[in-house]
Design a protein around this ligand. Structure first.
Ligand code: CA2
Length: 144
């Protein structure tokens, strides 16, 4: 197994730090990447972080994590969390453990965010902790 942790981010998360700070906070995805890089160095891990607005990219990257023998995937699939059977099937088809991450707590929001297809395949979830939830998820990945 490699020491690389894939951090995959779904639709609209490229806007983090620029819009809706009351829900998602002030940190941008680049800020989160810097936090993760610092902690990863302490933990002896490598980070491969990506973002896409396209569902199929997330499916392809989950497969890539498998073929790269990644240690874990931290996955914030954005709104695809609540809709994508394709992403659930991809999670189930790989042997790399996936940790679901959300900045907000979807369960405390609109009813349609209560269902998580990602959660049906993930080994763990970190939600509602803002950007630092990614760091906690990395620590969980390190302990797997
Ligand atoms: O809380 C999370 O991390 C979410 O995955 C964010 C998704 C939402 O659909 C999920 O229910 C929970 C939405 C990401 C949208 O990101 C934006 C960031 C800044 C401004 C607007 C949208």
């Amino acid at each position: 197994m490699s020491n690389t942790v894939f951090v995959l981010n779904g639709p609209n998360l490229n806007l983090l730090g620029f819009r809706e700070p009351t829900i998602y906070g002030d940190d941008s995805l680049d800020d989160i990447a810097r936090m993760l890089a610092r902690r990863a160095e302490e933990l002896g891990l490598e980070i491969d972080m990506r973002q896409s607005n396209h569902e199929g990219h997330l499916v392809d990257w989950l497969h890539e994590a498998h073929f790269a023998d990644a240690k874990a995937v931290l996955l914030n699939a954005g709104a695809y969390t609540h809709t994508s059977v394709a992403i659930l099937d991809a999670i189930k088809s790989i042997k790399v453990p996936v940790i679901e991450v959300h900045i907000s707590d979807p369960e405390m929001r609109e009813p349609f965010r209560k269902l998580s297809y990602v959660g049906m395949g993930a080994v763990d979830v970190v939600k509602g902790l803002g950007a630092r939830g990614y760091v906690l998820a990395l620590e969980k990945a390190a302990a797997l």
